[in-house]
Design a protein around this ligand. Structure first.
Ligand SMILES: Cc1ncc(COP(=O)(O)O)c(C=O)c1O
Length: 360
């Protein structure tokens, strides 16, 4: 697909154009990406955005003041900030609850509930929620189900086939895969909802550039091979971490000990590339660990071919209040690893070196 690096398109006469008028409203490179992402998620329509949060915002724009949404307690901190700082002041109401217990979830529904927002596996604690069961009970209450599929990509999970209405992505992560763009996407089947989100996109204008669309398309070509390698490395990293004396707990849905392992096996075809763990200590010990790492780099983001380490409490989840962090388990000894596709021996020796220190 060429890069149509243009803001506008010449027209033959008034009301007679060649398919595209102005690149905020549509661009051939972006259309190719839209089509590609829709096809990967097995949805009818795809819409690409300039960031994952712009894509989320476009979906939330379906709501009106007084509408109610149920969201998980443990979710990406930027989504939480969008809710607290932008949406709640418009009187869109949110209930944060535990999606692992469907009885508790049932009780969160109100007559005004219009949407249930799922992130699974969650960022950063990798909780697993049952998409099919949540979709079934939400549809009985006439609520739309949105799934943030950033962590797994359609290679490992296809929420639309499990009953969800809308899939959202931060394509910044695995979809693009090379840590060189910021992007987002919405994929869905319903024509009325598609038209509404398209109108938001055109009116607000948070669209990706033709070059970023092209880079994302290029990244997607290797999605399958990257995801397989991320998962294989992540499983080895999780198994390694369990054995380390300076590691108190490991979170990875591929481990049989993970509470969501059975649901994960049912709804996912792979466990993804993110592993979180609790280090023995707190911020100081985490900093010693981060400083000693050579291959894993301390940074926000995830899903690129390079391995990254992240301190969720003060990086991706700094928008959470300290009380909420404590309640949800985003503690000061939690470290999230985005396991890249480097040679596993190099990754394990890097972790081994950074962990075999006197952390006390
Ligand atoms: C699960 C999840 N959803 C959404 C986003 C937001 O995407 P972006 O940073 O592309 O706006 C992120 C970013 O980290 C994320 O991890």
């Amino acid at each position: 697909m060429p890069i149509y690096q243009t803001s506008t398109f010449t027209q033959e006469e008034v009301n007679k154009h060649k398919g595209y008028e102005y690149s905020r409203c549509g661009n051939p490179t972006r259309s190719a990406l839209d089509e590609c992402l829709a096809s990967l998620e097995e949805g009818k329509y795809g819409l690409s955005f300039s960031s994952g949060l712009a894509a989320e915002h476009a979906i939330f724009s379906l709501l009106r003041p007084g509408d109610h949404v149920i969201v998980p307690e443990d979710m990406y901190g930027g989504t939480y900030r969008l809710i607290k700082e932008i949406l709640e002041p418009y009187n869109i109401r949110f209930t944060f609850t535990d999606f692992t217990d469907l009885e508790i979830l049932q009780k969160a529904f109100l007559s005004s509930t219009k949407m249930v927002w799922i992130e699974t596996p969650t960022n950063p604690l990798l909780k697993i929620f049952d998409i099919q069961a949540i979709s079934d009970l939400s549809h009985k209450r006439n609520a739309l189900v949105v799934v943030d599929n950033t962590f797994l990509t359609p290679y490992f999970q296809k929420p639309l086939l499990l009953g969800a209405d809308i899939v959202v992505h931060s394509t910044t992560k695995y979809i693009n895969g090379h840590s060189d763009i910021i992007g987002g996407a919405v994929i869905l089947n319903n024509t009325v909802l598609y038209e509404k989100i398209l109108l938001v996109q055109k009116s607000v204008g948070a669209v990706p550039s033709p070059f970023d669309s092209w880079l994302t398309l290029r990244g997607v070509k290797t999605l399958a091979i990257r995801m397989r390698q991320h998962e294989q490395n992540a499983l080895s990293v999780a198994r390694f971490l369990i054995e380390q004396p300076n590691v108190l707990k490991v979170f990875f849905p591929g481990l049989e000990s993970h509470p969501g392992h059975e649901i994960a096996k049912k709804q996912m075809t792979g466990f993804g590339g993110i592993v979180s763990f609790l280090i023995n200590g707190g911020l100081n010990e985490a900093n010693v660990f981060f400083r000693k790492l050579r291959i894993f780099q301390l940074a926000d983001s995830l899903g690129g071919v390079e391995s990254l380490a992240n301190y969720s409490a003060l990086m991706t989840h700094e928008a959470f209040t300290p009380e909420l962090r404590q309640k949800t388990g985003i503690t000061e000894n939690l470290i999230r690893l985005s396991v890249g596709i480097e040679h596993i021996d190099d990754l394990l020796s890097d972790l081994n070196n950074a962990l075999t220190i006197n952390l006390a």
